[in-house]
Write a protein that binds this ligand. Sequence first.
Ligand SMILES: Nc1nc2c(ncn2[C@@H]2O[C@H](COP(=O)(O)OP(=O)(O)OP(=O)(O)O)[C@@H](O)[C@H]2O)c(=O)[nH]1
Ligand SMILES: [Mg+2]
Length: 293
Amino acid sequence: MHKAGFVNIIGNPNVGKSTLMNVFIGEKLSIITSKAQTTRHRILGIVNGEDFQVILSDTPGIIKPAYELQSSMMDFVKSAFDDADVLIYMVEIGEKELKDEAFFNKITNSKIPVLLLLNKIDNSNQEQLEEQAQLWQQKVPNAEFFPISALEGFNVQNVFDRIIELLPKSPPYYPKDQLTDKPERFFVNEAIREKILMHYKKEIPYAVEVDTEEFIEEENIIRMRSVIMVERETQKGIIIGHKGSALKRVGVEARKDLEKFFGKQVHLELYVKVNKNWRSNQNQLKRFGYNQK
Ligand SMILES: Nc1nc2c(ncn2[C@@H]2O[C@H](COP(=O)(O)OP(=O)(O)OP(=O)(O)O)[C@@H](O)[C@H]2O)c(=O)[nH]1
Ligand SMILES: [Mg+2]
């Protein structure tokens, strides 16, 4: 008997959704930073076994959208409700509630199984853990509760075993050697965006989109050229930095990650371009893979 299904991870920004997905996959598929709104897309990560296929979805953290980009990020979250066989609702120690009531009600009224994961328990003591466990089990009574630490891998295997039990009988949806639904260029964009989230302050990372224009795989090397798009001329200057030093650091660090990811030498060329108000422009957003209706 073969089992397969969609297991979709949702929750507030920064709670550790991407960290958990990467632990399950055993690869750094999703970028992780300490900043909210790191993930902008719905990213599939597929775990294949002899008689099962778990199709995990990492999604953006739930927010009240303030501009078009954020609206389409929330459309990815909505879509994760539509096809889930199992929902993972992740919260973190210290958190009180979901930022959007409509999403929260969808979770508490869900007809499909919900696993409620209280993450970052490595950050808590016994007393706090018990208090939070009680709070969340009351708030989401329809869910099965698991305290975990995605960072330290604590209790993660038990969650995975439960997922397998809950999966419906089904043939695989994807070829058994497939790891994700995203093309190679997507991971190049994300590796660069991760470094930008790490090294630039305030609004800068949120005004950035990366587009990889060239990805040429040769026998011993992959040649990539990517453009970093910002919304304003001043932001361009900040990204580049004094004599190009800031941009250089992004390039060097992203290249190292990409060499690990692709298992091959990488040549990465970066340049910066102003693309006015791309975050609010439907056509631009569509071009960058955000599903605009
Ligand atoms: N202490 C601790 N930190 C964690 C744990 N899991 C994740 N983190 C940290 O929490 C931060 C956010 O992790 P992400 O995995 O990017 O969170 P996310 O929910 O995907 O965030 P968005 O994509 O912005 O919605 C990072 O700094 C992680 O290292 C955990 O179990 N314990
Ligand atoms: Mg994320």
